[in-house]
Design a protein around this ligand. Sequence first.
Ligand code: ASP
Ligand code: MG
Length: 420
Amino acid sequence: MLVFKFGGASVKDAKSVRNVAKILERYQNEQILVVVSAMGKTTNLMESLVDAYINQKDFNSILDEVKSFHRNIIKDLIGDNSQQFYEVENLLIELECALDTDMLSNGYDFVYDQIVPYGELISTRIISHFLNENDITNRWLDARNFVVTSSHHRRARVDWDTTKNLISKRAKKLIEKQLTITQGFIGRTIDNTTSTLGREGSDYSAAIFAFCLDAASVTIWKDVPGVMNGDPKLLDDTTLLPDISFKEAIELAYYGASVIHPKTIQPLLKKSIPLYVRSFVDEHAPGTIVQDHGLQNVVEVPCYIVKDNQVMLSLSSKDFAFIVEDNLSHIFSALASSGIQINLMQNTAISFTICVNNDAMRIDKFLSIIGDTYLIEKTEKLQLLTVFNPASDSNLSSIGEGKKQILEHRTQNALQVILQ
Ligand code: ASP
Ligand code: MG
């Protein structure tokens, strides 16, 4: 059994949906579960719908955009019969009804999860219908009947026991019989409301299903040839990484590589299910395989990861006292309670420096906890460049050119610099 995942870019318009059909046609003899995201940039559009709803602004023009975007794709795919495409029309009515309901007292995260998933519900209905019309017989499956989560809306955690039970007992039989299309990103809480797994969570959904189905592999179809050693938009000479270990994939995701959603690896690692990252543009190209190599490193070239919009916070003690254990534990507990993730840290005798994402709310909270105890220097608009697996004479490549390097940090397998 195989799990395929098609992201927003791979189903952004009618032409892309036809391309998905062409790829699936080649796998008619396999048992496949296809996990699909919302089309193109729909999730961003749905988020602006939520924002308008929350702020009690007029959201009708955004709603119209959601409708016309999908109706145009349907028209292009199905032609004149598209008027009768009730499955999508019904979802659009449901969405409208949801927006008519007063959910404000339930808070932003709850509202988000009742609105944004329509992107995935609609895209899978369109794709499933189009495939059926083109003799790629398939069944549409509501992921919410199988992926059961906690009620932490917008960042729901999977209830593995229940989910595994439902998928292995119920979904598996269906997938064995017929090609199955389902949604990424969404699930259902124990008390039966829709939940989501976090932005870009469809890769994770594919991994959840693969784990529970004991799938032979997961394939993520993308608009790039596979996992590259850097962002081709930023670097001249990027090269494909044909083989990566699970450990390296986790490290790359940790340093900020965006190709694979960080949570995706863990379920696959547990069952040694290989992950293929392949191009939907050139479906015959080999792509990348991420697989179990234990603790061995298999990536042979340096990998470049850039994080923009970074903030550097340097804390020093007011009386030149050493930054010792007591201070560090105070600083770390303040970081944890403000929900800040550290991208780089360095300490000297009298100072402690971290580089973090520019999340004003979290940083303010952190500073309000520790502000009186330390002298704090804050520098904004920085870039963090990580060279993973740097060559011994590693330079910073063209990315760092013309920028001032304000901090350098080396570990055994990574070189990190903060650039201004
Ligand atoms: N549609 C969701 C998003 O754009 C989930 C995903 O694409 O993985 O974040
Ligand atoms: Mg997406």
